[in-house]
Design a protein around this ligand. Structure first.
Ligand code: ATP
Ligand code: MN
Length: 482
């Protein structure tokens, strides 16, 4: 038999009217010994169950409390009350499993307001809350939209390795992978770790990016994207960094920097529009939460736009395209910089931009998403294509309000000799990346790609502020619970 979800029942209620149906879920609230708000996770909306307690065994009624799990058979009728179209008149109620109500008060399932910190400590239970239900349904929609966007554009989904033999993918500090007994690590005669005896016979790491392998795939399949977990042992305890996060990395043969920026802009707009279209109830809930959170803040720190308004504007507005050099001019001339308001003052061309600078450009100066391009070669990775000026590379970062960098990408250096020189300058060993060098040897072509951190995008569309709240079980420095 087809098990309908509560979402389905609420949306297609006309089909179910005056029929008996079976529904499953958890009790969100039980009022006046008569009204159960039942939720099964399929939607933020609860289904109202009406219980005539004379018709039921007292034991069953006593077992219906917050969090209990129920199977209900009953008739769908038009609701008398406000707030819902239909309700179910219960005919059969089955309690599906244990519910230790005496322990409930110490959990976040107790129906009252809990802080986000407290919810994080009980990340295994937060799926039951309205907020995290909404966040994770939106996270799903974002992932699905990503696949859908690339599929519509004839990209192939490519899985790149999670355990990598590359020592320098150029994106950050790595976690080592080993099967050595750490109490007894084999050493060579000169007392170095003898990786030849390790599982893979060499030093291996968790990947920080699938890009290099993605490039190899693009050199045969044309348009590919990877979408998988990446790991960075960066000890930056910020609200935008995780040690384990999901990255989407398209890589496209024959694309130049401008094509790459066009792709990034279309991609972000597509995904955000998809969420606006498909997650109306959850986004409406998140919009309200966002507005309430803003009210708690001092006036000058409040967001100018509501969440939905912000999302709609990003879809509507053309992203500003600004070269690094122009951005530095703007920052040098800004009141903030002159009055020493930046923690890292901008002194000259060549400075690496901090998130405070990125946010100034997006939130204060342009008031729109900004794509910065042509960065100084020194501050960017070895594989980015050298421009004619021999000073800058064809890099691009997409900066979003409230987030800063959401996408980082570039046109890749496809000229073998230029790449080799660059690697030498940046102390990257071409021997170790021999296979990557090969991709420049046999019909090398211009190509470009970028990386999007999934959680940064989910942060943006949900209006949440801490990245730990948009991944089910966050991994951050000193934290790997669950
Ligand atoms: P940042 O300067 O913010 O640390 P990055 O320059 O290290 O970013 P890239 O190496 O270009 O980032 O990675 C591509 C994208 O992956 C970024 O634009 C961002 O969306 C995301 N990202 C990078 N590091 C993290 C992290 N530690 N946690 C979550 N997302 C991340
Ligand atoms: Mn980083």
């Amino acid at each position: 038999m087809h098990k309908q979800t509560i979402k389905e029942v609420l949306e297609k209620y006309k089909e179910f009217l005056h029929r008996d149906i079976t529904v499953y879920g958890w009790v969100r609230a039980f009022r006046s010994n008569r009204f159960i708000a039942l939720n099964d996770g399929s939607t933020i909306n609860n289904l109202q169950i009406v219980v005539d307690f004379q018709n039921f065994d007292e034991n069953i009624i006593r077992n219906i409390t917050t969090a209990s799990s129920l199977k209900i058979v009953g008739e769908v009728v038009e609701s008398q009350g406000a707030g819902q179209n239909i309700e179910i008149i219960a005919k059969k109620i089955k309690v599906l499993g244990d519910n230790f109500t005496e322990d409930l008060h110490s959990t976040i399932l107790q129906p009252k307001k809990h802080s986000l910190e407290k919810l994080r400590e009980q990340a295994h239970l937060r799926f039951r809350t309205n907020l995290f239900g909404a966040i994770f349904r939106v996270r799903h929609a974002v992932s699905f939209a990503i696949h859908s966007f690339f599929n519509e554009r004839a990209f192939f989904y490519m899985n790149t390795p999670i355990i990598t033999g590359a020592d320098a993918e150029g994106a950050g500090e790595m976690f080592g992978v080993t099967s050595f007994d750490l109490e007894n690590i084999p050493r060579t005669e000169d007392a170095r770790i003898d990786y030849a005896q390790d599982f893979f016979g060499r030093k291996t790491n968790l990947t920080v990016s699938g890009q290099l392998e993605g490039e190899a795939a693009a050199m045969g399949l044309g348009r590919v994207y990877t979408f998988g977990p990446t790991f960075r042992a960066e000890n930056s305890n910020t609200t935008r960094h995780l040690a384990e996060f999901w990255m989407v990395e398209p890589e496209v043969a024959f694309n130049n920097l401008e094509d790459n920026i066009d792709l990034a802009e279309d991609f972000l707009k597509y995904v955000i529009q998809y969420v606006l279209d498909k997650c109306k109830d959850d986004v409406a809930f998140l919009d309200k939460r966002f507005a309430e959170e803003q009210k708690q803040k001092p006036e000058r720190d409040r967001a100018k736009e509501g969440l939905i308004e912000k999302l709609e504007n990003v879809v509507k507005k053309r992203f500003m395209r600004v070269s690094y050099t122009e951005a530095i001019e703007i920052l040098l001339n800004s009141k903030e910089n002159k009055k020493g308001k930046f923690a890292y003052p901008i002194e000259n061309w060549g400075a690496d931009l901090q998130s405070e600078h990125e946010r100034y450009l997006v939130e204060k100066h342009f008031e729109a998403p900004v794509v910065l391009f042509n960065y100084p070669a020194e501050i960017k990775a070895f594989y980015m294509r050298m421009n004619e000026d021999h000073k800058t590379v064809a890099a691009m970062d997409v900066l979003f309000p409230g987030i800063g960098e959401i996408i980082g990408g570039s046109q890749r250096e496809e000229r073998l000799e230029v790449l080799k020189n660059k690697m030498q300058m940046m102390h990257v060993d071409p021997e170790e990346l021999w296979w990557y060098m090969d991709t420049r040897k046999f019909g090398s072509v211009p190509h470009a790609g970028f990386g999007l951190g999934l959680e940064r995008l989910v942060l943006f569309v949900t209006g949440m502020t801490n990245i730990r709240d948009v991944i089910p079980f966050p991994r951050t420095p000193k934290n790997a619970e669950f």
